[in-house]
Design a binder for this molecule. Sequence first.
Ligand code: LLP
Length: 416
Amino acid sequence: MTFEYRNKQLHAEDCAIRDLVAAHGTPLYVYSHATIAANWQRFADHWPAPHKLCYAVKANSNLAILNLLASLGAGFDIVSGGELARVLAAGGKAEDVVFSGVGKSRAEMVYALEQNIRCFNVESAAELERLNDVALELGVRAPVSLRVNPDVDAQTHPYIATGLKANKFGIAMKDARGVAERAANLPGIVLCGLDCHIGSQILKVSPFLDAADRMLALIRELREQGIEIDHLDMGGGIGIPYQQEDAADVSGYLQALRKRAEAVGGLTLLLEPGRAIVGNAGVLVTEVEYYKPGVDKNFLLVDAGMNDLIRPALYQAYHAIQPVKQSAEDANLVDVVGPVCETGDFFGHARHLAAQEGDLLAIMNAGAYGFTMSSNYNTRPRAAEIMVAGSDVHVIRQREQLEDLWKGEQLMEKLR
Ligand code: LLP
């Protein structure tokens, strides 16, 4: 365990969170270097070359985290030109980058082609045509994987399920053969793979293997038609326990996948894990501003808000909330809420906590889709981010200053 109590004080590796707050304030994201590295290793152990792991940058795109993962041999799954620029700024290699996303612009295509990325994960026939045009204009050929929607139910929250035919993502199974044929014949395209991504926060292995079976059957069919496919990218989606669920069987999944692919033969496998690498490696630390007894409920008002961590508000996501200092006092039943002017601004309902004004709380498992989904709503500067490695502390993002928030804005010229 990375975040554990020593002498009743919650620590991140060898650092007391209380001390980190004394130096850096709240709200504060704190990440553990050792946890990220261990999570990575859990995948890498079962994924020998030429298979490749492409970390999903959207889960946490801080440069220091991308740099750490690049040093561990990660490739990257990006969904925008901005994420590509981040990866390059962090020392990642373009040749290890796959580019997902339903709405790639021409400018993003040009940029990614110029950088020589490994592959575009193309999500529609229209995108394929556009990419072909852009590549021909540049006098190059674009390496392409087709994202196919395998129509499996990932049994996760509807907002983060992506592999059903009702979703906007990917090319429908029934259209995949036609689009693959087209891709194989376009002069600006080199068709090299197929990919899918069925959703996020999936704890069972079976939906992944169902999807893999469908994708492998399609690869067989395409090969029979003379369309060669060299790689299969199964996307991300492996979940983490947020409230004592059984952890996903990562090694079982990866081994089963390799076995199935070996039976087909001649395939390099790619995965795009995000949450499983960084989710449990970060906490959001916040200070209690007020204890507010209410009519039906009591509230702990804290100084972090939905602008810092939007997952509870957006997905009714559960995050454990722990006191930074363990106390023997009686716990109250409280809703933990932020200062933002929205009823949805909460971190937890009906929690048992003994905290008082001035106490610190840690919102657990906040390493994935925490900071990257944060905003400046209510003109709130975004939190600082700290990376802890043993007893070393690195500020990997400074707290935003108010002036940063209106940079680029200007007053209107005087109206006539
Ligand atoms: N690959 C593709 C094409 C994706 O769309 C995603 C995530 C991933 C990989 C990484 O998935 P992961 O391994 O992290 O599950 N904001 C939501 C999650 C949205 C996921 C979107 N796509 C949340 O906070 O739960």
